[in-house]
Design a protein around this ligand. Structure first.
Ligand code: ADP
Ligand code: ADP
Length: 226
């Protein structure tokens, strides 16, 4: 189970100015929800609050009914994939993927099992000893996704994961993300400003504007309005 509920969520970086106003979103178990909206509307802020990277000013964030506002990121069953991949340049692919698990003191055998399993899913087993600087953008993106997969999270967060890839690779990776969602059977929350990504990936789409939810509906209903 991985049901995410945002209840009256607000965020102010500076006192008195709410960049997220009063957001209410119910995300179902295994749902793929896409967040869209113009630059600066608060997509990243919302995602970072769910990840625990940004403090929630007001409201409740619930994961399977439990309030997790105050849990540190590493204790949330939530993993985030960043736009710029955020890999450690001096570490190999293996170590990049293993790092978070080592921090959690997981036994070496279990770490190895998880890393190799993720590498297999992403088809990067042959890159396991490489360093990020010796890899293409698409390969780095896979490692970034792998680092999320090894945590075995209930929820995946993606912040514009395809925006640094060229058009062809973006299309391929999009299809692979769809496959991944079916294989892993997890809840995914995905930020993009690409309408095609939103329509093809989203079970439902949240349209944000200036920190407010304008619409929350299926792609069919959103884009076929009279
Ligand atoms: P989006 O991801 O939709 O482009 P963001 O969540 O990055 O939007 O930003 C929403 C608003 O919050 C913008 O007005 C942005 O300038 C502001 N903002 C984002 N991060 C910070 C921060 N660390 N401090 C102050 N303001 C911020
Ligand atoms: P995005 O491409 O997701 O919209 P930005 O380029 O707007 O991200 O922001 C990059 C980083 O700078 C983020 O960590 C964001 O929180 C921070 N940031 C954005 N706007 C502001 C701001 N007005 N003041 C301080 N930090 C900000």
């Amino acid at each position: 189970m991985a049901e995410v509920i945002l209840r009256h969520i607000a965020k102010a970086y500076d006192k008195g100015t709410n960049v997220i106003k009063d957001v209410n979103i119910d995300i179902k178990d295994r749902e793929f929800v896409v967040l869209v909206g113009p630059s600066g509307c608060g997509k990243s802020t919302l995602l970072r609050m769910i990840a625990g990277l940004e403090e929630i000013t007001d409201g409740d964030l619930l994961l399977d009914g439990q309030r997790i506002n105050d849990l540190p990121p590493k204790d949330r069953d939530i993993a985030m994939v960043f736009q710029n991949y955020a890999l450690y340049p001096h570490m190999t692919v293996y170590d990049n993927m293993a790092f978070g698990l080592k921090l959690r003191n997981m036994p070496k055998d279990e770490i190895r099992k998880r890393v190799m399993q993720a590498a297999k899913i992403l088809d990067i087993e042959n890159l396991i000893d490489r360093k990020p600087k010796d890899m293409s953008g698409g390969q780095r993106q896979r490692v970034a996704i792998g680092r999320a997969i090894v945590r075995n999270p209930k929820v995946f967060l993606f912040d514009e994961p395809l925006s640094n890839l060229d058009a062809k690779l973006r299309g391929q990776t999009r299809i692979e993300l769809q496959k991944l969602h079916r294989e892993l059977l997890t809840t995914m929350i995905y930020v993009t400003h690409d309408q095609i990504e939103a329509m093809t990936l989203g079970d439902r789409i949240v349209v944000l504007r200036s920190g407010d939810v304008m619409q929350f509906d299926t792609p069919l209903k959103l884009y076929n309005q009279p």
